[in-house]
Design a protein around this ligand. Sequence first.
Ligand code: DNO
Length: 388
Amino acid sequence: MIESWRWFGPDDPVTLNDIRQTGAKGIVTALYGVPAGTAWRREDVEARRDMIRDAGLDWVVVESIPVHEDIKIGASGWEAHADAWAKSLRVLAAAGIRTVCYNFMPVLDWTRTTLNHDLPDGAQCLRFDAVDAAVFDIFLLQRPDAQADHRTDIVEQAGRRHAAMDDEACRQLVDTIIAGLPGSEESWTIESFRDQVAAYRDIDHARLRANLLAFLDRVLPVAEAEGVRLAIHPDDPPFPLFGLPRVVSTESDLAAIFDHAQTAVNGLTFCTGSLGVRADNDLPAILERFADRVHFLHLRSTRREADGISFHEAEHLGGDTGLVRTVGAALRLEARRGTALPMRPDHGHMIAGDQRRNMRAGYPYIGRLRGLAELRGVAAALTDPDAR
Ligand code: DNO
């Protein structure tokens, strides 16, 4: 595995030098300021690549090139946005960067309802709470028919919880959900979010999937010609939210994408934390089935909670996802394919002063370093023939 680290660019409180000291060799980053639909410029890509190189590291994966909302909706003119996306692939290939992670989640990228959930040991983690999501949807977003999309017991609890929330608590919940988590492509106000959700009124699962496949038909020929591996990121969380469909959540979603175009460049970011939230996703089976399409690993774990919907982020080797088994399976896959896969320790608990150092939600230095070190230890143990 090529140990890598997500870096949010020169404004990231974690510097390239900090990253070098983790032992990671690869950088996962993007030109975060460029709006969706605008092609990346060669000089900007080269300058960023050289900055990383000068720090003794290597830009191994782009995460992400944002997919314009018009492409997801299939609005007229979407093709020009897709062509700009493909142009960025050409620019990246010319600069020697050939793995690109992207997602196809409508409106919101990854979503949580709490950024600082307290754990018994004093660490803090990200959490998604089904009742908070319903409070937002029904009472704050006030989406028509929202109630019907939540379980009755959750709707009842949401009513009680909302009645006890003051303005500040409501504002904080709205911000957490729509203001944009690190790496998110857009940040919304409640009004702009409401409008954008409404634009999906006629887009169901089948339409969104068809729009994704049409997008792939347009960009894959460029990816193939340039030798750029695309790695779609699973939905996080892997179920519809706020009436918006999601089409990269399950094994059958992935099969529909990968069967549509039988080329290895039509690939996957195998994100254990996202897929692992669903108990019906069998992670080792998914990794095995799509083995030749996996181009990038996001390794983190989640713990499902009692209501069957809520979850929080677990320590890397804890939770429900079984990362020791996944690392073993990934090492076998690499041996079979004869390639090393870039991996990054995804997310991490805020620990040991991360809170005081102004770290981005989910992306603390020490918490991720702990995850990376644990995963490195697992890989070392699994590959040492004399270890037992
Ligand atoms: C969250 C991340 C997401 C992901 C993008 C991929 O931490 O996994 O931001 O990178 O959705 O496009």
